[in-house]
Design a protein around this ligand. Structure first.
Ligand code: CDP
Length: 792
């Protein structure tokens, strides 16, 4: 049955589901985190980490550690080597040490693991392990790493002669170069998005519990993608008998993931190996500093961004070059076909047909990774680059940045729009979103105020970002991770009394899937949402799926929920026709029941129909009432938005104050407005973070200079302005309920809006670009160079 996409009002107003509690939400999780798990005989693991970024291990002495009270074992790379478990694959088909046998490649790398009867015993054991290193000079700068004379880091790879990982391109080089030869106006900027960290409240950890009698591993772990992890464990440990049917991955409640809980970290693998060897459950929980120093990073892209256009203000094309620092191994969490992630959506929200993106990735002596930190595989980097260069172009030709964007937006009637790098944007209507943001903030009035302030020498700036997102990977024809296709799934089982359990291949980390998935099924099937139990994260019960990251849950598993519910509604129609003794064509569906056309008093509720599916179903029909759907999206969804930020900068202290921030988002039809607002608020705060505070800093010897949260500044409510949010509604034409993802839009839109506001404020002094995070010190330095402020 073909369904027209519903309006946002219809979908968000699913009365019954919103009434259950005053706040419209209900929690079905068990309130249990990995660290709360206690199993009989459980042992604890702690990890010895390298103080050096690049060093040969000369010896590891474990005698003192073994003599420490409560220490049971010390495990080294040489121990794992005996079982061929000392290396593992990364998500990008590179290789990564589980524990080193001879060389450490980054500071805080795992060197050995200590197993104890308590967390304290294991920690004391770590202190007592003696490692002798021969320290080498690390390569910390990706440009230096590319030098032909630089030492080759990955000597484990046979025949490797340099530190280059891959080269990747999108768009048309010839056409773009030609445009840049002839264009009237060309602007260029070197943009660096520094390495930052996913500081989720809960760190990573696991309890690996191997049952020797049944040869069965239960792995409780902090993962956003339990099924994929089970497959990876089977690939790594299948040769020692741990095949996939003998592995159960359970991802209980998770205290924030944001992409950082997608990768497989060595700690998980060591815990499994030790549990396998000693036959006892092993618990490993990172502490905050380990999490900050050693887990996957985000960003670390060096971008040369160029834009070409006319003096009259028509954008004609872009040319971007990226150097990606992947650390010691390529452990990026990207779909296989897109090693640069979805960066090639960097053509943005503007109408032009010429673009070329060229990128290289290199190894350095930094921790590995490259996760989609609350972003759909590098869209944050892409949006930052296009929105910064767009502002620079507008400033160069003397146009107002809002008018310049309005002039260049892709128009509503041009969708579906084929981008010059090969994406098909499903739907969009950009001008109304920007107009709404301008109206809410009072744009024209603010520009007048700014002009007055400038006359008095005061520093005020207004910044815009009009971003286009790309979320919902698959489609599976183009998207896979380690060869596993990127679809997602829903299974709905309705019990005889009309109450349901629904299971999914995704895994919420606080996004409220328990509420919104139940709402989708309630809307489609007429069963009240409070009668639908939603479960995720257990590979023994949930259907196979690729997990939750990159705002993919609503576009994939949310769609699967609607499709599975529609299969059930089709079955319900057949049963209703049988019970009411009419043909299927004579029935009308009104939420919650089928009634006979022209005789609405003759009807059967969904509960009566479900009961009949178990007690009185037509002969020849399969009994029961359950359906599964594996949804392979025909395209990605392209949410968008326009954000405007106003900043005031104190000329004496150079303190930057975000006075106002208006965020207008369009994620198509909204399932739950309150959850979406929560997503936007949190995401905006995670957007102000890299714009003004966060950056992982290393010295040239590879020491991380801000390895604790005392020095790595994660913003809190104190630093967050009062966010003003709003929406426009442009449904996705291909999603069953017209919804697009939303979780990452704010993290993506906020940094360029803030950076553009600060640069706008500083532009009268000839400052045209600063890299994020833009701190008071950076502003002071830039103003000092221009002679505006004096040295203290
Ligand atoms: O994959 P992830 O759950 O992180 O991101 P998402 O698909 O953007 O969804 C985040 C939360 O917002 C989920 O609970 C969604 O169901 C909800 N949402 C919504 O209510 N309406 C939308 N149009 C998009 C998401």
């Amino acid at each position: 049955m073909k369904q027209e996409p519903k309006t946002s009002k219809e979908i968000s107003g699913m009365g019954h589901s919103m009434k259950r509690k005053e706040d419209g939400r209900f929690i079905q999780g068990k309130g249990r985190y990995v660290d709360d798990i206690k199993l009989e005989g459980m042992l604890y693991m702690d990890i010895v980490r390298s103080p050096y970024a690049y060093a040969k291990i000369k010896s590891i002495k474990t005698e003192k550690a073994m003599a420490t009270p409560g220490v049971i074992a010390v495990v080294t790379g040489r121990d794992l080597e005996k079982y061929n478990l000392h290396w593992m694959p990364t998500l990008m088909s590179d290789t990564q040490m589980v524990l080193p046998t001879d060389t450490v490649m980054y500071q805080a790398q795992e060197v050995a693991a200590v197993i104890g009867t308590s967390r304290y015993a294991a920690a004391d054991g770590v202190e007592a392990v003696e490692v002798e290193y021969e320290v080498m000079k690390p390569l910390m700068d990706p440009y230096r790493s590319m030098d032909p004379g630089s030492p080759v880091l990955r000597t484990d790879k046979k025949g490797k002669k340099d530190n280059h990982i891959w080269h990747w391109e999108a768009g048309d080089r010839k056409k773009t170069d030609k445009l840049f030869e002839t264009a009237e106006v060309k602007v260029k900027e070197e943009i660096y998005l520094p390495r930052i960290h996913v500081a989720s409240i809960e760190t990573c950890g696991c309890v690996a519990s191997y049952d020797k009698v049944n040869n069965y591993l239960t792995m409780y772990m902090t993962t956003q993608a339990p099924h994929a992890i089970r497959t990876v464990i089977a690939l790594v440990a299948g040769h020692v008998g741990l095949t996939e049917e003998k592995i159960r991955v359970i991802s209980p409640d998770i205290g924030g993931g944001f992409g950082g809980k997608v990768p497989v970290y060595p700690g998980y693998v060591i815990a499994i190996a030790v549990s396998f060897l000693v036959g006892k459950p092993i618990k490993w929980i990172e502490d905050r500093s380990e999490n900050l120093q050693a887990d996957s990073f985000a960003r670390d892209y060096h971008i040369t961004a160029e834009m070409a256009g006319t003096k009259a203000g028509k954008i004609q094309g872009i040319r971007f070059k990226v150097l990606a620092d992947h650390g010691y191994t390529d452990a990026a969490a990207n779909p296989s076909k897109y090693p640069l992630g979805l960066f090639s959506v960097c053509t943005g929200s503007y109408d032009y047909d010429t673009a070329f993106i060229e990128s290289d990735a290199v190894y350095t002596n930094k921790p590995p990774g490259g996760v989609a930190y609350r972003c759909s595989f590098r869209v944050t980097e892409a949006v930052h680059a296009i929105e910064r260069i767009t502002d620079k172009f507008a400033a160069t030709i003397g146009k107002d940045p809002a008018a310049f964007r309005m002039q260049n937006f892709i128009k509503k009637e041009q969708f579906p729009w084929k981008s010059p790098t090969g994406w098909t944007y499903d739907s969009g209507d950009y001008a109304p979103a920007l107009q709404k943001a301008m109206d809410v903030i009072g744009y024209d009035k603010l520009r007048k105020e700014q002009a007055e302030k400038r006359k008095k020498g005061e520093i005020m700036g207004i910044g815009i970002a009009s971003f286009t997102e790309i979320v919902g990977a698959g489609p599976s024809k183009d998207f896979d991770i380690l060869g596993i296709k990127m679809f997602d799934s829903a299974e709905i089982r309705v019990h005889p009394t009309g109450k349901a359990i629904a299971r999914f291949g995704t895994k919420s980390q606080g996004q409220g899937h328990e509420t919104t998935y139940a709402q989708i099924i309630a809307e489609e099937l007429g069963i009240p949402a409070e009668n639908i139990q939603v479960e995720e994260g257990d590979t023994d019960t949930a259907p196979y799926g690729l997990g939750t990251y990159a705002s993919r849950s609503t576009p994939t598993a949310g769609a699967a929920a609607a499709m599975a519910a529609r299969k059930l509604r089709d079955k319900a129609r057949k049963i209703a026709a049988y019970l009411l003794e009419v043909s299927e064509a004579d029935l009308d569906w009104v939420p919650g029941k089928f009634s006979v056309k022209g005789a609405p008093e003759k009807s059967k509720t969904i509960q009566e129909i479900v009961f009949a599916a178990y007690t009185n179903h037509p002969q020849g029909m399969e009994a029961g009432f359950e359906a599964t759907h594996y949804y392979d999206p025909p395209n990605l969804t392209f949410p968008f938005g326009s954000y405007i930020c106003v900043v005031d900068i104190d000329k004496e202290t150079c303190e930057i104050k975000v006075r106002r921030f208006v965020a207008i988002d369009d994620c198509g039809n909204i399932i739950n407005p309150m959850i979406v607002q929560g997503q936007v608020h949190g995401g905006l705060t995670q957007g102000i973070a890299p714009a003004m505070y966060e950056e992982l800093i290393y010295d040239e010897d590879g020491n991380m200079l801000n390895g604790t949260l005392m020095d790595y500044l994660v913003p809190t409510a104190v630093e967050s302005p009062s966010w003003e949010t709003g929406h426009t509604f442009t449904p996705s034409p291909h999603h069953p309920i017209g919804a697009k993802g939303v979780g990452e839009s704010p993290t993506i839109g906020a940094p360029p809006a803030i950076a553009n506001a600060i640069i706008d404020a500083l532009s009268p002094y000839g400052i045209m670009h600063l890299d994020i995070p833009i701190t008071p010190y950076k502003v002071w330095k830039a103003l000092k160079e221009k002679g505006v402020v004096k040295a203290i």
